[in-house]
Design a protein around this ligand. Sequence first.
Ligand SMILES: [Fe+2]
Ligand SMILES: [Fe+2]
Length: 232
Amino acid sequence: MDYTVNLKKILSEKQLGYLRSLSAFIRSVMSPGLFKHSLGTYNYCLQMADRFLLTDADSSFEDYINGSNRNIHERTIHEKCFKLATAAILHDYGKIFSFEELKEITVRQKLRISDFELNCEPVLHGFVAPFLLKRDFKITDSEVLNSVKIHSIGSVKMSMIDKILYIADKVEETRDYEGVERLRNLSFEDINLCLLEVYKSNIIYVIKGNNVLHPDTVKIWNLIRGGLKNAI
Ligand SMILES: [Fe+2]
Ligand SMILES: [Fe+2]
């Protein structure tokens, strides 16, 4: 399948310039593997945005079709894609800091992070990220910050941007595990079913490694599972 995206269709020149500057910066501070994963997640998010954000029901698509709200709709699309792209490129920025540094920042800045999250290395980088993105990139947009915060465990309330980032992080091109190709195909067919399958595969992965599950996992799983009849 060809998932090439015409970036200019969904992002303006100015937005692309900003994203290029973020990319150049993270390249200078990340390991090559982490940078490749960040870029892979960014590219995958834009492919999914092309498929899902451009026709997102929240964006008054009918008004757009009728022509009555075309400019507002186009602005909304650009804005949503830009938020998603910004979140994607920076979603693992917290990983440039060591676990000890992240813990220290949490304590020093009195961040509202649970004891579980503070002591769970695989997820802490996401929870500290809103603080880091505000401090180091002056990003204050709540949709961007929230999406980055929950990218590793999900949430009981996920927007389209959150869902796309959650999925893209787990299935982007550098990911290589059994079943990833099936998840990739699903990610362009049915985003909610894909979210459920990716979430399931993530829970199984955590359990197989004898690692701990975030306390919200069951709530999130039940919520994602609840609305789907065909995913048993
Ligand atoms: Fe991450
Ligand atoms: Fe990631």
